[in-house]
Design a protein around this ligand. Structure first.
Ligand code: ACM
Length: 549
C-alpha cells in the first residue's frame, strides 16, 4: 500500500513538472521545479549599474505595484560581493558570456536570480517573470480576484533565434494615433518582439510632420473619404486624416526605447507617393500641369515622384535628414514596392536620365534615385548613419550601384526573393505576404471583418511557416529575421486591427524567438489559452478561433 501511494505521489509530481508553462514565445530551455516564489511587500530587486538597467528595474517595480499592489524596492549595487539579499529578493547578475538579448532565470522558493550580459536580456527575463504570474501583471492592471502573487519555481535559459522580430503597421491608409501605437508596442514587448516598422506614408496619406515641407501634413495628411474606396464602395466624402507631430514622435520613440523596440520609419518613395505629389506637385509630379489630390482609392497609384527632377531628389534627402533627427535607431525604410513606371516613360527628363545612366530598364531610374540618397547618408557623421531597407521589388533592377550593404524586406515570392538578396550579399528579412500579412482574415467564417484578398490565414498557417527552411548554411547569416505586416486599406477602426493582429502576432513572435526544433503548433495553442485573459485585461480585441473558452 505504501509503495502504491509512493508511486501515485511520484506520478503526480512528474505530471506537475511536465506541465507546460504558458510562456510565449517558448523559451529555448525550461525546467519546472517544485514549489513557488511568493512576491510580497518588502521584496527587493538588486541590479548592477549598467546602461539602461535602472529604467528597466524602475519600470518593473512600478508595473508590479500598479498590477498587484506589492511594493518591491529597487536598488543598484556596485559589486556582486555587496549583494545582500536573503528572502523575497530578485537579484540581477551580469554574465558577459550570455548573448545580447539572452538571459537565464532561476526562480527558487526564496529568491529569483536573473543573469544577462545587457539591459535587453534583463528586460526579457523580467517579461518572462511577469508572464509566469497571473495575467493581469503583464496587462498592467489590478485584478481583485487574485489572492496570491506567486511564480512557479523554474530554471530557464533563453535567447532569441533571430535578431529581427518585427511588426509593421500601415498608417498611411488609416490613422490610429499614438495611444493605439503604444498599446501595440506593449503587446510586441510582451512577446519579446524588437522592431516596430512604421509605414508612415502612402498614396492615401502622409502621416509625419516634416518641418521643411509643411504642406505634406497640411495637404497630404487629409483626404475626402474615410474609406479607401474600391469597386462598388465609392468614396464617402467624409473629410478624414491625421498625422504625427514631432512631439508625438518623440513620445513614441521614448516609449519604444524603454521596451527595447527599435522603430523603423518608412517613407515609401518614389511609388506609393500620391499624397506627397498632391502636396508639392510643382516639383514632385511628373506632370505638374495636371491636378493631383490625395488618393481616395485602394490599389497602386501611377502618380509617382519624378525622380529626374533634382528638387525631388533634394526633397527626399531633406526628409531623410528629418527622419534621422526624429528616430535615433539603426534603419530607415525607403519602400520601393509596386512603383509603376508609366509616368516616367512619358516624361522627357526621365527618358533622358535613363539614357544618361546607360540603361533601358525604368526600374534602374528608381535605383539611381536611391543611390543618391544612400550617398547623402554616407556623408553624415557616424551617429547619423542609417542603414537602408527596401521592399524586394528593388531586386528587379540592377542593384550594383546600391552596393550590397542594404537590407531587402522580402514579401512577394518571399522565400525566393530572400535567397536572391542573400546570394547578392545583402541582408534580408522574411515577411511573406502569405501567411505573414496578418491583416488578412483569420478564417472563412462570415463573421470575419472585410479585409485583404479572398483567402484567409489561420493561426495554424501563420504558425507553421518555417523561416529560412532549406536555406544553405552559408547564406543563413544574411537572414536577419521575421516580420508580420499589417496593411490597413480595409481597416478603419483600431479594434479591427487588434482583432486581426491577435493572436497571430504571437505566432510570428515565436517564429522569431524560439529554436526551430522547439516549435510545435499544439503546444503553442495550449500555451495560448491564457492569452485570452491577457487580451481582455489589456482591453484589446482578438480573434477567438483557437480559444476554447
Ligand atoms: C507590399 O505589400 N506592397 C510591400
Amino acid at each position: 500500500m505504501r509503495k502504491l501511494l509512493f508511486l501515485l505521489f511520484s506520478l503526480f509530481i512528474f505530471a506537475a513538472s511536465a506541465q507546460e508553462l504558458s510562456l510565449i514565445p517558448q523559451p529555448a530551455s525550461v525546467a519546472v521545479n517544485d514549489g513557488k516564489f511568493l512576491l510580497e511587500d518588502g521584496a527587493v530587486l538588486r541590479y548592477p549599474k549598467i546602461d539602461g538597467l535602472s529604467a528597466v528595474a524602475g519600470n518593473f517595480v512600478n508595473e508590479i505595484r500598479l498590477a498587484t499592489g506589492v511594493k518591491v524596492k529597487a536598488s543598484a549595487y556596485k559589486s556582486v560581493g555587496k549583494v545582500k539579499c536573503k528572502d523575497c529578493c530578485i537579484v540581477l547578475l551580469l554574465d558577459e558570456r550570455l548573448p545580447a538579448e539572452g538571459y537565464e532565470l532561476s526562480v527558487k522558493k526564496n529568491n529569483v536570480t536573473v543573469s544577462a550580459s545587457q539591459a535587453a536580456g534583463f528586460f526579457y527575463a523580467l517579461q518572462t517573470l511577469k508572464q509566469l504570474m497571473p495575467r493581469n501583471v503583464m496587462a498592467g492592471v489590478p485584478d481583485e480576484s487574485v489572492t496570491e502573487w506567486s511564480v512557479p519555481c523554474v530554471d530557464i535559459a533563453d535567447a532569441p533565434r533571430f535578431g529581427w522580430r518585427g511588426f509593421m503597421l500601415d498608417e498611411g491608409r488609416h490613422f490610429y494615433g499614438k495611444e493605439e501605437v503604444k498599446r501595440i508596442i506593449d503587446v510586441m514587448a510582451a512577446y519579446k518582439m524588437n522592431r516596430f516598422h512604421w509605414h508612415l506614408t502612402e498614396d492615401q496619406g502622409w502621416r509625419i510632420e516634416i518641418r521643411k515641407y509643411p504642406k505634406l501634413t497640411e495637404v497630404g495628411a487629409w483626404r475626402d473619404s474615410k474609406v479607401c474606396a474600391w469597386g462598388d464602395v465609392k468614396p464617402d466624402g467624409i473629410r478624414y486624416g491625421g498625422y504625427y507631430t514631432r512631439n508625438d514622435i518623440e513620445e513614441v520613440v521614448e516609449y519604444a526605447k524603454e521596451r527595447f523596440i527599435e522603430i523603423v520609419p518608412e517613407v515609401d518613395i518614389p511609388g506609393h507617393s500620391q499624397a506627397a505629389v498632391a502636396s508639392y506637385p510643382e516639383f514632385l509630379a511628373c506632370d505638374p500641369e495636371n491636378s493631383h489630390e490625395v488618393w481616395l482609392w485602394q490599389g497602386v497609384s501611377g502618380d509617382v515622384i519624378n525622380v529626374a527632377n533634382p528638387k525631388a531628389v533634394q526633397f527626399a534627402k531633406d526628409v531623410i535628414d528629418e527622419l534621422t533627427e526624429m528616430f535615433p535607431f539603426g534603419y530607415i525604410h525607403l519602400g520601393g514596392d509596386e512603383c509603376p513606371t508609366r509616368k516616367w516613360e512619358r516624361n522627357a527628363d526621365c527618358r533622358a536620365l535613363l539614357k544618361e545612366i546607360g540603361s533601358d530598364n525604368y526600374r534602374d531610374l528608381q535605383i539611381h534615385f536611391y543611390k543618391q540618397l544612400k550617398e547623402h547618408i554616407a556623408q553624415k557623421p557616424a551617429e547619423k548613419q542609417r542603414k537602408l531597407i527596401f521592399w524586394n521589388e528593388v531586386l528587379h533592377g540592377n542593384t550594383g550601384p546600391l552596393g550590397n550593404d542594404i537590407t531587402i524586406m522580402a514579401w512577394i515570392g518571399a522565400d525566393g526573393a530572400a535567397k536572391d538578396a542573400a546570394a547578392r550579399g545583402m541582408n534580408t528579412i522574411l515577411s511573406p505576404q502569405i501567411p505573414y500579412y496578418i491583416n488578412r482574415r483569420q478564417s472563412d467564417l462570415p463573421t470575419e471583418p472585410v479585409s485583404q484578398g479572398y483567402g484567409h490565414e489561420t493561426v495554424e498557417r501563420v504558425y507553421n511557416y518555417k523561416p529560412m527552411d532549406g536555406v544553405a548554411e552559408d547564406l543563413q547569416p544574411k537572414y536577419l529575421g521575421v516580420q508580420a505586416n499589417f496593411w490597413t486599406e480595409w481597416v478603419v477602426e483600431p479594434s479591427v486591427v487588434q482583432y486581426l493582429m491577435l493572436p497571430r502576432l504571437a505566432a510570428v513572435a515565436e517564429a522569431g524567438w524560439s529554436p526551430a526544433e522547439k516549435r510545435n503548433y499544439d503546444s503553442f495553442v495550449n500555451r495560448l489559452q491564457g492569452e485570452a485573459d491577457y487580451y481582455r485585461l489589456k482591453g484589446v480585441d482578438f480573434g477567438k478561433h483557437v480559444f476554447k473558452k
